[in-house]
Design a protein around this ligand. Structure first.
Ligand code: AMP
Length: 376
């Protein structure tokens, strides 16, 4: 039952973005084919995959045709309806399981799950009405963040409440409801851990990394995070605990805050490869994408070893994409472009990785050198 999928079997990937593209590239090296489900023509993933089904994620005929073409289903896109997930799961093994996606799709379900798993988060309360918002603000205090519970990403669907005057506008603006109110964490840094768990329960985790955002979009990842060993250890333990509590098969990212006292608070979980793990392609013998493919196909998981330190920079929007000629002309930069036709503002078009010997990022010099090269 748990035998690995044989070579040349087909992995179905729901979603056609860069995470699917890099998963398909890792799958190809392991002798698997990928088949992409996406509404988009010439999507980044479909451009490197053996096949694709173009259609709506909610259309039963489309979902059936997709399932017919594949041996196992995974996701790089999380916002598929419960109906779509259940239909797919009735036809093929879905890894990670739909129940895990459902938790990650809803911030209240996610935070409730984290609490149950004994993982610390910012203080939070669900907010279903204007009166509940008032009560939540009384309890949590200001400043606080009001967020939609569903369909939020890259800082979309959230507003900062500084004063009581801000409540009206935020309540009107943030849709769909219900919402969630979170205490604002005064964090020293943001970190994440990517954990992979196989069909046999083997669990491996990449080193914690530090993430820096610009305009709410991930800009830089520093690997490893320059945090105290106890902080990195706590982050690792949280990621493993989350993976075990979810009975995960696949990879999962846990985004966390490190507050001024060194306390680690979980913010979000994403049951898929994650932007903050792109550095693993070059800095690790087995990348997050290879781990993902191995987990969903039932192959054994190797250690999540890291042979180099790394800095990853996203190329976002037209301005950063315009740096491409310099990037490909700079020795030591490892360039990735996702094949997207149009560089709209805020759109992740590619990324660049710069490797250092292990320990090379520990001091400011490593980061300064990396940033100097990457800023060219
Ligand atoms: P999210 O959509 O929850 O991933 O939030 C996007 C970004 O907003 C995070 O990476 C943080 O930089 C910031 N953020 C979200 N929630 C909080 C919080 N409770 N306290 C402080 N910053 C937050």
């Amino acid at each position: 039952m748990n035998a690995p999928l044989p070579a040349n079997a087909t992995i179905g990937i729901v979603g056609g973005g860069q995470l699917g593209r890099m998963s398909a590239m890792a799958a190809a090296r392991l002798g698997y084919r990928c088949h992409i489900l996406t509404p988009e023509h010439a999507s980044p993933a479909a451009l490197v995959a053996a096949g694709s089904t173009i259609g709506d994620y909610e259309d039963p005929q489309v979902l059936r045709a997709f399932a017919d073409a594949v041996d196992v289903v995974t996701f790089e896109f999380e916002n598929v309806s419960a109906y779509g997930l259940d239909l797919l799961a009735s036809l093929r093994p879905v890894r990670p399981a739909p129940a895990i996606l459902r938790i990650s799709q809803d911030r209240v379900a996610e935070k409730s799950f984290l609490r149950q798993a004994g993982v610390a988060t910012a203080s939070w309360l669900p907010v279903a009405s204007r009166a509940e918002l008032e009560a939540a603000v009384m309890q949590i205090g200001l400043p606080a963040l009001l967020k939609t519970t569903r369909l939020g990403y890259d800082g979309k669907g959230q507003m900062l409440l500084r004063r009581a005057d801000d409540l009206d506008a935020a309540w009107e603006r943030l849709l769909p409801r219900p919402l969630i109110l979170e205490g604002l964490v005064d964090f020293a840094c943001e970190i994440s851990v990517i954990v992979a768990r196989g069909l046999d329960g083997t669990t491996v985790a990449f080193d914690a990394v530090e993430n820096r955002h610009r305009d709410h979009i991930l800009d830089l990842t520093l690997a490893p995070a320059r945090v105290a060993p106890e902080v990195a250890g706590t982050a690792d333990a949280i990621a493993r605990r989350v993976a075990a509590a979810l009975d995960l098969v696949g990879v999962l990212a846990v985004e966390m805050f490190v507050d001024r006292d060194g306390k680690v608070l979980a913010n979000e979980i994403a049951p898929r490869p994650h932007n903050s793990g792109h550095w693993t392609i070059e800095a690790c013998p087995a990348s997050q994408f290879e781990m993902h493919v191995r987990a969903v196909t039932g192959l054994p998981l190797p250690p999540a070893a890291r042979h180099s330190d790394a800095v990853m920079k996203n190329l976002v929007g037209p301005e950063e994409t315009a740096l491409w000629p310099q990037i490909v002309a700079t020795p030591g930069l490892i360039p990735h472009l996702y094949g997207k036709a149009e560089a709209r503002p805020g759109r992740k078009m590619g990324h660049v990785t710069h490797l250092f010997p292990r320990g090379g990022l520990a001091g400011e010099f490593g980061v300064a050198a990396a940033l100097g090269v990457l800023a060219k």
